[in-house]
Design a protein around this ligand. Structure first.
Ligand code: PLP
Length: 296
């Protein structure tokens, strides 16, 4: 595998950064995870835009423009002969003397790792995955805003450790006010019955969550398919009485949940309909976009 570091593609074994990199020393940096389908990076513009937003929220100048990032992404996947890929872009503050002052670092470190996409087991989609509601609360917006996709991921890792201890795949976090927020790497959706109609519910962005790109697509698809959706403030009791639960992210797409704590759920019709619609949406995107093989 070749890793893209600051403009060059370097063999994995030689791909190194400084021990003085502030991303390593302080978690000072931002990242994005993307997925390529058959050589096309899905929602590339939106991911790059969010990378810039995260960087701007921590006062980090990436020193690259959108087009050069786009070219670097395609260069990395084609150099590694990838079609279906997991892609991670990391931008850290860069190397500098020890100390918190960002101005100590003159150049950001810019890294792209792309590897073969490993499909999730079919059984996860067929039967759903187990989740718990973690004791660890989601960072409050006023401390580390969850809208910054930052290298400082300990909040999520602590919740993930709780999930693993309880044999669950994902941990759902509440915010400091006790409202449902999101998973460690995912957004959360569930279906509640209101006046005998299925309503798709998801925590609103102001609950302190990352406004996932997949989440936005799901909300658009719900609208298109006439499924009423509600973004709001929900408690864990709401999810316990839901008929369906699923989580979303770029790599999982729509992943059904079969358990939240001790409450069980079936993979329901809303989840199935939205996942089919999501896959169709990916196909439509691919048919409109260029692929790495069409690059000059
Ligand atoms: N929430 C968190 C904390 C995440 O880390 C992620 C993605 O990794 C998401 C939500 C989902 O975001 P997206 O759909 O843009 O991948």
């Amino acid at each position: 595998m070749h890793v893209y570091i600051n403009g060059s593609l370097i063999p994995e074994s030689e791909a190194k950064i400084s021990v003085f990199d502030h991303g390593f020393l302080y978690g000072d940096g931002v990242f994005e995870t993307m997925r390529a389908y058959n050589g096309t990076v899905f929602m590339i513009e939106e991911h790059i835009q969010r990378l810039f937003r995260s960087a701007s929220l921590i006062g980090l100048d990436i020193k690259r423009d959108k087009d050069s990032i786009q070219s670097a992404l395609y260069e990395t996947i084609s150099n590694n002969s990838l079609k279906d890929a997991y892609i991670r872009v990391t931008v850290s503050r860069g190397a500098g003397p020890v100390g918190l002052d960002p101005e100590l670092c003159k150049e950001p470190t810019f890294i792209i790792i792309a590897e073969e996409f490993r499909e999730y087991p079919e059984s996860y989609y067929d039967n759903g995955i187990k989740t718990i509601i973690a004791e660890t609360k989601r960072n409050i917006k006023e401390a580390i805003n969850p809208q910054i996709k930052s290298l400082n991921f300990l909040n999520n890792i602590l919740a993930k450790i709780e999930a693993k201890k309880k044999n669950a795949y994902e941990a759902l976090m509440l915010n400091a006010e006790g409202c449902l927020a999101e998973g460690t790497i995912s957004n959360l959706f569930f279906v509640l019955s209101q006046n005998e109609k299925a309503v798709l519910c998801t925590p609103s962005v102001d609950c302190g969550i990352l406004d996932g790109i997949t989440r936005n697509i799901v909300l658009e698809l719900a609208k298109k398919h006439g499924i009423p959706a509600k973004e709001g403030r929900f408690k864990k009791e709401d999810i316990y009485r839901a008929s369906e639960v699923f989580i979303t992210n770029t790599t999982m797409e729509i992943m059904p949940v079969c358990k939240v704590d001790s409450v069980s759920y079936q993979v329901g019709s809303v989840t199935k309909l939205l996942h089919e619609a999501y896959k169709e949406n990916v196909r439509a995107y691919l048919s409109k976009s260029y692929t790495s093989s069409q690059l000059p």
